[in-house]
Design a protein around this ligand. Sequence first.
Ligand SMILES: N[C@@H](CCC(=O)N[C@@H](CS)C(=O)NCC(=O)O)C(=O)O
Length: 239
Amino acid sequence: MNFSQGINERYSSTKSLTLIGHRICPYVQRVVITLEELGLDYDKVDINLSEKPPWLKHYSPGEKVPVLTESGSGVLFDSEVICEYLYNKYDEQRYSVKSLEKANHQAWCKYSSEILNRFAQLIYSAKDNEAIDRQLFDIRASIQQLTISNFKTPYFSGDQFSIVDAHFAPLFRYICFFGETLSYDFIGPRSHLLVWIKKVLERNSVASSVPVSYNRELTDLIMPLNPLLYKRIRSPHER
Ligand SMILES: N[C@@H](CCC(=O)N[C@@H](CS)C(=O)NCC(=O)O)C(=O)O
């Protein structure tokens, strides 16, 4: 029995693709969006990250989600790698994309991960007001870099939604959530980035990649992890 059969049997999954994920994880969202965009049939199994199943370490050395299993093929971890694999295997248009453009896409996907990781640091590591402010400032600076970048609209490559949009989608969701709840302006007025963000967040695959109670679930997640950030989210003008 191979690894992927093992997971499929554990969760009585009948589909060829099974995504091991978490309800609101931004990295998992990227894979859900990609699977939806490519019209693939899959099962999603959400796990509790505070009580990780013991088998997770066999599939993902950092014991992180997402993990994707494909019966007959094997198991993959890491959202960037999983999305790249899926696009390369299942998107017919991807074959015509030139290698330089593919490499350029990968670089942008990596940049989106850098900013996403800063948001993770904000939630998990910035435990006093100074650290929170510094982290917000750094995130804003990385996003400002984006605003001067030469991407097209409405999506990153123009009219076609691409792997880069799938990578930025959860980041855009964070920008909206923290921008609104902390009354923090990450972008500034009149940026063409706003067009891109709006268009991506409106997309069906993106909107349906999180539960409708996403904002409350994210707030509940932050509460025990970072009580000060939680307080600032609840009362943004009180310090
Ligand atoms: N670089 C990884 C990051 C994945 C990641 O950090 N996932 C988080 C959930 S949002 C996780 O599994 N955390 C569990 C842990 O760190 O213990 C990816 O892109 O897939």
